[in-house]
Write a protein that binds this ligand. Structure first.
Ligand SMILES: Cc1ncc(COP(=O)(O)O)c(C=O)c1O
Length: 367
């Protein structure tokens, strides 16, 4: 007999991140992982260097300075924040570990972030994949279909808002309706990894819902707008009872003494924050409009990436576009694993990268 993992674990498909290199191509622009083209706040880097002097000491196990900085900036009680030192992904893992039992069901929209299915299966629970709807603006979570999927076995509902890779969002009213339709014992997990980019007035990242209810949490990350994907830092805002559960099961020192001051400096640097928002506000509409000029369908996005639809057959497929772009130094993200085999996802990059990507897509389509 060899050691056997829990049922479900071997059904997990390995998560494959966005490619970073193309063999034989010297200079590439990586627009495949929704990373920041602006990079991190210089103040965060300074804080990181300063903290490197004391690495012989254990960090503060409660991550207080970071939770206080987040609380200050977002107007939240730091006691209702739990930080995670490996990005926001492990916070999703901890939530699933704590609240899913074998045979329980977790409701996930069809084109949602892949980690929800992974953490569900890893707990021998059952992912219930719900189709999304296509509107004239793009592909979107179907609140009614999500609610119709609720059964006596449902324990969690995952929503990425905005969603990756579709770039669509649920507004305040839609999210409130989803929550209102769930039984009290179902935990609604709102993954707001891209919240910082959203400028829509009717968007609510989850703070109001978490503040008012015992069965909602909101996760956030420093990997996207804050430009700190390599630092691996995230946080969750949750009701006190859920924070208590997470604090019991997390590692005792689950954020490092480099992460804590760097994250605190990053969240306090509002000038840098607005610089990143402005960059996105300039280039997201430009990319969308320019690629549409080639005749391709590009869905409306509220995040820092766009979903581009290619013909299913012939000379202009997503796979052929991907090969052509890669050979010419632009790496986009194939999203077949998200159930979108005819699409590529493009992250908003630097001006140089955006212009080159758009030119290459036009050349590919014109050819
Ligand atoms: C919707 C969504 N949630 C969470 C994450 C994970 O981010 P982190 O780097 O914090 O683990 C990503 C990263 O791509 C994402 O797209």
């Amino acid at each position: 007999m060899t050691p056997t993992p829990k049922p479900g674990i071997l059904e997990v498909s390995l998560y494959v991140g966005g490619r970073a290199a193309v063999p034989g191509v010297a200079k590439v622009f990586k627009l495949s992982a929704n990373e920041s083209p602006i990079g991190p706040s210089p103040k965060a880097i300074q804080a990181l260097h300063a903290a490197a002097r004391d690495l012989e000491l254990y960090p503060d196990g409660s991550t207080r300075q970071l939770r206080e900085a987040i609380g200050e900036v977002h107007g939240l009680n730091p006691d209702r924040i739990v930080a995670g030192g490996e990005g926001s992904g492990p916070l999703l893992t901890m939530l699933a570990n704590a609240y899913l039992q074998p045979g329980d069901e977790a409701i996930i929209s069809r084109h949602a972030f892949l980690v929800y299915e992974i953490v569900t299966r890893a707990n021998s629970a059952v992912p219930v994949m719900v189709p999304e709807k296509t509107t004239n603006r793009g592909i979107k979570v179907d609140v009614d279909a999500m609610l119709a999927a609720v059964s006596a076995k449902t324990r969690m509902v995952y929503i990425a808002n905005p969603n990756n890779p579709t770039g669509s969002m649920l507004n305040r009213e839609e999210m409130a309706r989803l929550h209102a339709g769930l039984p009290q014992n179902v935990l609604l997990v709102i993954d707001a990894a891209y919240a910082e980019y959203v400028t829509a007035k009717d968007y609510e990242a989850g703070i109001e819902l978490v503040a008012r209810h015992d069965n909602v949490v909101m996760t956030r990350t420093f990997s996207k707008l804050y430009g700190l994907a390599g630092l691996r830092l995230g946080w969750v805002y949750a009701p006190p009872a859920i924070c208590d559960v997470l604090n019991r099961i997390r590692g005792p020192f689950n954020t490092s003494s480099l992460q804590q001051p760097a994250g605190a400096a990053a969240v306090r640097d509002r000038d840098h924050f607005w610089k990143a928002v402005e960059h996105n506000n300039t280039w997201l509409p430009w990319i969308t409009a320019e690629i549409r000029k080639t005749g391709l369908r590009v869905d409306d996005s509220v995040a820092n990436f766009v979903l581009i639809h290619f013909p299913a057959e012939g000379e202009k497929t997503a796979a052929k576009a991907d090969a052509f772009l890669s050979q010419n130094g632009i790496i986009l993200r194939g999203v077949a694993s998200y159930g979108l085999p005819n699409c590529l996802r493009m992250t908003v990059g630097t001006e140089e990268a955006n212009r080159l990507a758009v030119k290459l897509i036009s050349d590919f389509m014109a050819d």
